[in-house]
Design a protein around this ligand. Sequence first.
Ligand code: ADE
Length: 348
Amino acid sequence: MTTSNRVTIRDVARQAGVSVATVSRVLAGDYPVLAATRNKVIRAVRELDYVPNAHARALSAARPGAIAIVVNSVAVPYYAYIAQGVEEQAAQEGRLSLICTHGGDTGRELSIVQLLREQRAEAVILVGSVIVDDEYRKRMTEYAHALAAAGSRLVLCGRPPLGEGVPALVVGFDNTGGAHAVTAHLLSAGHRRILYLGLRPGHTTSDSRVAGYRSALAEHGVPGDPGLEVEAEFSRDAGYAAMNGRLAAGPPDFTAVFAGNDLVAAGAIQSLREHGLRVPEDMSIVGYDDVPPAQDLGLTTVHLPHDELGRAAVRLALGRTTTSPMTLGTHIVVRDSVRPRLAAPLGS
Ligand code: ADE
C-alpha cells in the first residue's frame, strides 16, 4: 500500500496480480476482460476497499452484471425449464437474471441485445433452434463482437458453434444421439413403418433429430421413406393438425410415430384418439424433451437436461468452466406409449 495510506489503483493491480490497465478496463467496463480476471479485480477492489473518488461511477460498473437469457417464449416448456436452470445458477453466483423474449422476431432480438449491452449485462445467453444461414452467422458474429467490446459474453445454448475467431461460448446437447436411441427403441419393438412428425428443414434442432431417426433406420436395415417424414412446427397445434392431415388421407400406413417433441406428440395423440386409434394398443408413439405433459400422457421420450443446460450456460459465461463447445448427454425415459408390433398375419 502507498505511504499516504490511500489505496491506489496500483495496490489493486498488485493484489489482483494484473496490470493497472486491466484494473482500469474492468472498472470502466469498456473493454473485453476474461470473467476470471474481472472477478480477481473486483475481489481486490472489495478487499482493499478501493474507492476511486473521481471514478465512483466506474466502481458501480465493476459490480457483477446481470445474466440475461433470451428466448422465443417463456410459455414453451423447453425454454422455461432452461431459463429455470439459468436463474438458479445465476442466483447461486450472486447474479440477477433477466429473462427476455423475442417471439421469433429478429428485429426484437437485435434490440434486446443492444439494450443488454447498454445495461452492461455480464452475459447474454441465446437459446433455441435456428436456421444457420449467412444472415444468421453475420448477425451472431456482430452480436458476439459488440458484446465482447462492452465486456460482456455471448453464450449460445442449444445452437451450433459459430466458428473460429468469434467470441461466443457454446453449450448444447446430444440431439442426434437421443433421436437415434428412441428410434432404435421403436425398431426393437418390431416397428418398421415409423412416421417422423416434426420435419422443419433447415432448423438445427429438427435436422439433428431427423438425422438420428434416419441413422437408426439405416443401422437396422430399414429403408428410409420420405413419405414417412412429415413437416410440423414444434407445437401441440401443429402436431394435431399434421396428424389430422395424415389420417384424413386414409388409414395409417405406419405403426409408430416419432414426434419431433413432446408437444407435437400431445397434439398427435389427441388426433389419433379422435380417429378411434388408441395409444399404445393401436399406435405406438414417442416424443422428445421430457417436459409436461409427457409424464401425464405416459409418453416414452428423450430426456433433455434443461436445468443443467441453463446452469452450464451461466458457468461458461462466468468463466467457471472453459469447455466450449460443451455437449450434454440425453437419455430415453421409457413410459407406456410403445407396444411391440404384432407379427403381420401370414400372406399379408
Ligand atoms: N424442443 C427443442 N427445441 C425446441 C424449440 N425450439 N421449441 C420448442 N421445443 C423445443
